[in-house]
Design a protein around this ligand. Structure first.
Ligand code: GLC
Length: 581
């Protein structure tokens, strides 16, 4: 079923887009996450695919992003939407062929877009050849050493080897059946039972992933988003945690299966491989660490290039909290000479449009629609704040359309594996994975050909007005706001890379900061003004002009109110203004 590289018409050059960009391109890149199932369906089977993505790459070029990160499209039984990989060198037939992946990379490079592939090294699929062989060969076999197999506790081995809980709920261990039919050993899976964890103490695992990295680098990948980058190494002896409801500890307390110091040796090794290739290929850590300081360790100069800033993602619409996280991120990442990164949404959390539609403090896993108008207003303001900050920003497909989560998906259509496991998360993740509306007035809204089947998750009837087609050319639309912001970000020397924002005096609930261009001939200065309160505020800023506002209908400046110190600007509730001085 799988296509291997030798089947693909390899482009002789297959260059990373080296020539296309500037040095250190990743320090200020805007990286757009494509969730392949839900972006564009080329063949009409209701499931997004690689040819669908390739055909829509000009849209991403016109949007103004620098790179595309694709969630996994490897051969996979799809127990966790492709994060359960059966073959790291093959494309799942549902998404296309290896030759389609090659086309995608070459087309992207032709459009000056870089391509980041999602690498899943913590675990594979229970249908991976190694795991199938390990089960077949039974206890004591060499293949079992590549995973974490252990005898159970209790008189008859009927209890799991330790007390670890799966991130998706339930025990992190599943008991196997021996080849003779008797109950056998248990194996570790931090996620679903279909996702056995690799044993990174085994040299064969290291060798295999070095080879997988080279496979995709040879194909032209510009970098890797590293799934569960903090999970590969487990504490020696797999010690008990001694605490129930362990999910509540994640991200705040040290865990014996996350963020162990041993992981860093792996990334040093990988960095050497990345650096062998031309064009600054990068590694991006998905590392949920207890502190930003721990995340920065992954970004030391001889390790990875970026890590997602989940602390920023989890911050409420609150000026004091945001300012604190922004300052801390810049300081902590700057200390290891890594760019700060900013992200508001991805395929694992409730979209920020919906988070901000709900009261603060409810976290990132919601299934309540909330006040949609408020949510969108704040989401747009949050985006302009994020894109004004120094460093690199991540966008999740559909946020440029202001899509909310679909919070009322019927149970019959839901597919998030955690929905099927009693405890833990409740499967809310399907809500942000509903396919993109491109055009037309009814589903599938151009997601697939009109004659095609229904999309794998149903799109709401209310999405016609949110489609790319409906928003294009409408100056008040969220899509046009993103396009303008990304264009300005490219053209203004003060925006993009850097380590500093200069905070300006502002009333409670308002954030105001200046960014200075690195060089003296950097042109206009830049000020970002964010009103996070529910009332309009007027403040005096250095004389200048409004570049962009997150509020539909203009910036709300009040230029007749000039004072000696500058000009008075009125900013509507929950609004961000970009201001040139
Ligand atoms: C990461 C992915 C998530 C997946 C999990 C297990 O957190 O982002 O979607 O379920 O890893 O691979």
């Amino acid at each position: 079923m799988s296509q291997h590289l030798s089947d693909a018409p390899r482009s002789a050059a297959a260059p990373a887009a080296a020539a296309a960009g500037h040095r250190d391109w990743w320090r200020d890149a805007v990286i757009y996450q494509v969730y392949p199932r839900s972006f564009a369906d080329g063949n009409g089977d209701g499931m997004g695919d690689l040819p669908g993505v390739t055909a829509r790459l000009p849209y991403l070029r016109d949007l103004g992003v620098d790179a595309v990160w694709l969630s996994p499209f490897y051969a996979s039984p799809q127990a966790d939407a492709g994060y359960d990989v059966a073959d790291y060198r093959a494309v799942d037939p549902m998404f296309g062929t290896l030759s389609d992946a090659d086309d995608l990379v070459r087309t992207a490079h032709g459009l000056n877009l870089r391509v980041i592939v999602d690498l899943v090294p913590n675990h594979c699929s229970d249908q991976h050849e190694w795991f199938k062989q390990a089960l077949r060969e039974g206890p004591g076999s060499a293949m079992r050493d590549r995973f974490h197999f252990r005898p159970g506790k209790g008189a008859a081995g009927e209890l799991p080897p330790n007390d670890w809980e799966s991130i998706f709920g339930g025990p992190a261990w599943t008991r196997t059946t021996d080849p003779d039919g008797a109950p056998g050993e248990w194996y570790l899976h931090l996620f679903a039972p279909e996702q056995p964890d690799f044993n990174w103490d085994h040299p064969a695992v290291h060798d295999e992933f070095r080879s997988v990295l080279r496979f995709w680098l040879d194909l032209g990948a510009d970098g890797f988003r590293i799934d569960v980058a903090h999970g590969l190494v487990k504490a020696a002896g797999l010690p008990d945690i001694g605490h129930a409801e362990q999910l509540s500890l994640l991200g705040s307390a040290p865990m014996p299966y996350f963020d162990q110091d041993g992981v860093h040796e792996i990334y040093r090794d990988w960095r050497r491989i990345l650096d062998e290739y031309p064009g600054e290929r990068i590694g991006v850590a998905e590392a949920w660490t207890p502190t930003l300081e721990r995340a920065a360790l992954y970004l030391r100069p001889d390790e990875l290039h970026q890590a997602f800033n989940f602390e920023y993602l989890g911050t409420s619409w609150d000026s004091a909290e945001l300012r604190r996280v922004i300052d801390r991120s810049l300081t902590v990442m700057g200390a290891v000479d890594a760019p700060a990164t900013w992200v508001l949404s991805n395929h694992d959390v409730t979209r920020h449009t919906t988070r901000f539609a709900n009261p603060p403090g409810l976290g990132t896993q919601l299934r309540e629609a909330g006040d949609r108008e408020l949510g969108l207003r704040r989401a747009r303001a949050a985006t302009l704040l994020m894109l004004a900050l120094p460093g690199s920003a991540y966008l999740y497909q559909g946020e440029e359309l202001g899509l909310p989560d679909v919070t009322d998906l019927p149970d019959e259509v839901r597919q998030d594996p955690s929905f099927f496991r009693a405890a833990g998360q409740d499967g809310f993740r399907d809500g942000c994975r509903v396919p993109i509306p491109w055009s037309g007035s009814e589903p599938p809204y151009g997601f697939g050909p009109d004659a095609g089947g229904p999309s794998w998750l149903p799109q709401p009837a209310s999405w016609a007005g949110l489609s790319v087609e409906a928003q294009t050319g409408d100056p008040d639309s969220t899509l046009e706001m993103y396009r303008s912001a990304l264009e300005l970000r490219r053209s203004l020397p003060a925006l993009g890379a850097g380590t500093e924002v200069v905070w300006l005096d502002a009333p409670d609930g308002v954030l105001a900061f200046r960014r200075d261009a690195a060089s003296a001939d950097g042109g206009e200065g830049f000020v970002c003004l964010v009103n996070l309160t529910a009332e309009p505020v007027t403040l005096t800023v250095p004389e200048g002009r409004a570049l962009l506002s997150s509020a539909a209908g203009g910036a709300g400046t009040n230029s007749d109110l000039r004072g000696t110190g500058g000009v008075a600007v009125t900013i509507a509730a929950d609004t961000t203004i970009w201001w040139a001085i």
